[in-house]
Design a protein around this ligand. Sequence first.
Ligand code: GDP
Length: 301
Amino acid sequence: MFENLTEKLQRAFKHLRGQGTLTEENIQEAMREIRVALLEADVNLNVVKELIDHIRDKAVGAEVMTALSPSEQVIKIVRDELIALLGKDTARFKFAPQPPTVILMAGLQGSGKTTTTGKLAAWLKKGGHRPILVSVDVYRPAAREQLKVVAKSIDAKIYEGDLKGEQPGSKLVERLANEARREARNFGFDTLIVDTAGRLHVDEELMTEMEQLKKLLNPQEILFVADAMTGQDAVNSAQDFHKRLGLTGVVLTKMDGDARGGAALSIRHVTGQPIKFIGTGEKPDAFEPFHPDRIVGRILG
Ligand code: GDP
């Protein structure tokens, strides 16, 4: 990811090398190249516009700086603006003052939600927590089975519950969620991660169910799992989920793939919610908190 963007940005900076000072003309030329590089990386159009405006304003105002060469000045400005776009600092993970902390995992089918639920549990365990997992996808037995396999692979506790042949629907979802929370309280698990049903598209039924779960569980974190490979679709669905649910953060998966990186660079700005973690592979440990400065360092090469 980002290889193309890195290459194009470097080309833009290179054109500034050998210039004595930043002039209106060479700034315009660099901005044009940076704009094209961002658009080709599939960054959201509004995000590109705003970013370029900020960079241009700063570059024009930076003319008097003499300690740095023109290309160094522009690189620094681009770095600062990209970091600001991604939210500056690593977003904190919120824990409940009184355990259990409840984490609701949201996302479309195939985004990596179940895998991420396991990764998050492994990350919490590493940090000294005692997570318990539950899948409330009562519509797809395979999904519940998958979480069981994931939990086993990281040696995490799962609350399976007994469906008792009950009709799949919101009543059953709420019963399972309630039971899992009780299990967490009774047996000293300090974090409950709820893997929810995914759909191929955002639909009313899914949103209503998520709203009900939010009301019932009052989660500290509602994390939207988005597949970075799907580009602007990931950004749009994150926005839809945020409007209905009020997300607390995003997990961008498949950052190890060959996506162009536009989703990673747009999602924070479009939803207003921070990327809290990224998934970088299929294995449980291919997961890390998102550090804006590190990603920008990688982009700028
Ligand atoms: P769900 O339907 O949203 O629960 O998605 P799954 O957790 O089943 O993941 C769908 C596919 O994406 C699986 O094959 C996962 O192994 C894969 N996957 C999930 N996260 C990542 C990631 O960060 N990188 C890569 N390469 N694959 C991932």
